[in-house]
Ligand binder design. Structure first.
Ligand code: G16
Length: 549
């Protein structure tokens, strides 16, 4: 079989690439203003279909979402057969196809890809896709479908759902009927798998207090509507910010990214939380989770991805020990440069900890090197991976005493509760509630594992963020050449000061992170480093104060 060039040409002509725009497959795929993404979606359809052929017809996933970004943005990313992010080498193929200036150039790029990637066009092609609730999603999915059609892929439309459900479906479809079967290949099956594990894990524990869940006015609201009846009276979830029909509401002054960057409660939750009560926030596509509570004086306290990693890793270590498996199963943690210094100190005193660049793909791969790898970005994106050998060890282990059996059963149920394909706000939320129930912790006890160093994250809008290049897991800049020395000099003036600068892979900004002994110092350091960035690359002075968001 050869490429149906006529069909590719006909369909590609319906999705012309906007001129003078360069696309880049970044931290989480392509992500930019929705109105310029039509050609990219078409080409991602072509690429996904070809990737499936390259992998012998294994099902590839495509998720149309811009997650935490503003509602006017959209994006698309590919999901590989085990539910993980697209293999690195193919990111440049994606970028090449997206930037072909016109149809003849696209056809040439596709023919080149077929040759260099040794794609056998006779193989079948299978793709499953989904989108979040963004208004631009439906038309972008139509462009994607045209791309899939151009290569003749068999398709499955998973509809409007969360990013982690799409990742789950990809693995479930590809493992169906094998010894690694991941679960039923439907959203209902996913809900049933997680809720069954949750109910077993909390059986016999004290009733869980009502949990307020901020859905960011995104697709997480739809997921929660499916979970609430399935969870029955095992936990009471009060869903807020679940308005998916009002224009502009998505991620607006709510959701996990708002909570993390603003370090405050969304105003819409102010009257709902009382001192001592916990709440949590999802992001726009429900793959990130932030917890928080109000202390006895009603002050907001944030429990971010670092706190989740610490809580969960310590619990799993305890269970492994209680099950009598500590010689066989080693638990490790993966973080990024954004991890609070206090969390890294707390964790590294207890476990191996690795720091990798931002982006789930980096954390996921590093976590695969541990028997049980716990990875969380400070922004709440993360999960826990049980290696295939660990899962086998759990299945084969013969407990010597009843207490070992109990711990072993909990580990097996955690293996089912956790969505191991990618960060999953709902799965992570249920995981946190399990640990809190087992430890009889309120937010206060959880929070007191360690005290966060005050920190501040700001964005700087620059003309070209690609001039910023980093090394050492993004903790140091190598370009622009003199900037790192200036940052170092500034940081030395702050007690426990730490700061780094990196280009975002999902927004057209440069991010500046700073932490220091006191909040005022962390703020000051962040703004001064942002000032250095701004002065280095220049910009419109009128924009300066507004752009440090
Ligand atoms: C995506 C990635 C995350 C990353 C975040 C911000 O999250 O999956 O790993 O931390 O973007 O990345 P950056 O700082 O490069 O913009 P999401 O939830 O937006 O898909």
């Amino acid at each position: 079989m050869s490429l149906n060039v006529n069909e590719l040409r006909r369909l590609s002509d319906l999705h012309p690439k906007p001129r003078a725009i360069q696309f880049q497959y970044g931290t989480a795929g392509f992500r930019t203003v929705a109105s310029i993404l039509d050609s990219t979606l078409f080409r991602v359809g072509v690429l996904a279909a070809l990737r499936s052929k390259r992998l012998d017809g294994k099902t590839i996933g495509v998720m149309v979402t811009a997650s935490h970004n503003p509602e006017a943005d959209n994006g698309v990313k590919l999901v590989d057969p085990r539910g993980e992010m697209l293999e690195n080498a193919w990111e440049s193929h994606a970028t090449a196809l997206a930037n072909a200036p016109n149809t003849p150039a696209l056809i040439e790029a596709v023919e080149h890809l077929v040759k260099v990637a040794k794609i056998d066009l006779n193989k079948p092609s299978r793709v499953v896709y989904a989108r979040d609730t963004r208004p631009s999603g439906a038309s972008l999915v139509r462009a994607l479908e045209d791309g899939l059609k151009a290569i003749g892929a068999e398709t499955r439309d998973a509809g409007v759902t969360t990013t982690p459900v799409l990742h789950y479906l990809v693995r479930a479809i590809n493992t169906k009927g094998t010894k690694d079967e991941y679960g039923p290949d439907s959203e209902e099956g996913y809900v049933a798998k997680l809720t069954a594990a949750f109910k077993k894990l909390i059986a016999g524990k004290a009733a869980i207090p009502l949990l307020v869940v901020d859905c960011a006015n995104g697709v997480g609201a739809l997921a929660l509507q499916k979970f609430i009846p399935a969870l029955g009276n095992s936990i009471t979830l009060h869903s807020v910010n679940d308005d998916i029909s009002t224009a502009g509401a998505l991620n607006n002054a709510c959701g996990a990214d708002f909570v993390k960057t603003q370090q405050k409660l969304p105003a819409s939750l102010e009257s709902l939380l009382h001192p001592g009560q916990r709440g949590c926030s999802f992001d726009g596509d429900a793959d990130r989770l932030m917890y928080f509570y109000l202390d006895e004086r009603g002050r907001f306290r944030m429990l971010d991805g670092d706190k989740i990693a610490s809580l969960v890793a310590a619990f799993i270590v305890e269970l492994v020990k209680s099950a009598g498996l500590e010689d066989k199963i080693k638990v490790g943690v993966v973080q990024t440069a954004y991890a609070n210094g206090a969390s890294t100190k707390y964790l590294s005193e207890r476990l191996p900890v690795k720091c990798v660049p931002t982006g789930v793909k980096h954390l996921h791969h590093a976590a695969e090197h541990y028997d049980v790898g716990v990875y969380f970005e400070a922004n709440g994106h993360g999960t826990v991976l049980f290696s295939p050998e660990t899962q086998q060890a759990l299945r084969e282990h013969q407990p010597a005493i009843p207490a070992q059996l109990t711990a072993l059963t909990h580990l097996l149920n955690l293996n089912d509760l956790i969505n191991q394909t990618v960060g999953d706000a709902v799965s992570d939320m249920l995981l946190v509630e399990v640990v809190l129930a087992h430890k009889s912790y309120s937010g206060v006890e959880w929070d007191s594992l360690y005290v966060d160093l005050p920190n501040r994250l700001v964005k700087v809008k620059v003309a070209n963020r690609n001039v910023f290049k980093t090394e050492d897991a993004e903790r140091r800049l190598i370009s622009p050449p003199t900037l790192q020395a200036k940052i170092d000099e500034l940081v030395r003036k702050y007690e426990d000061g730490r700061s780094f600068v990196r280009p975002s892979g999902t927004e057209d900004v440069v991010r500046v992170y700073a932490e220091a002994r006191a909040k005022s110092q962390a703020d000051d350091l962040a703004f001064r480093v942002a000032g250095l960035v701004y002065d280095e690359v220049g910009g419109d002075p009128g924009l300066r104060p507004r752009e440090f968001l």
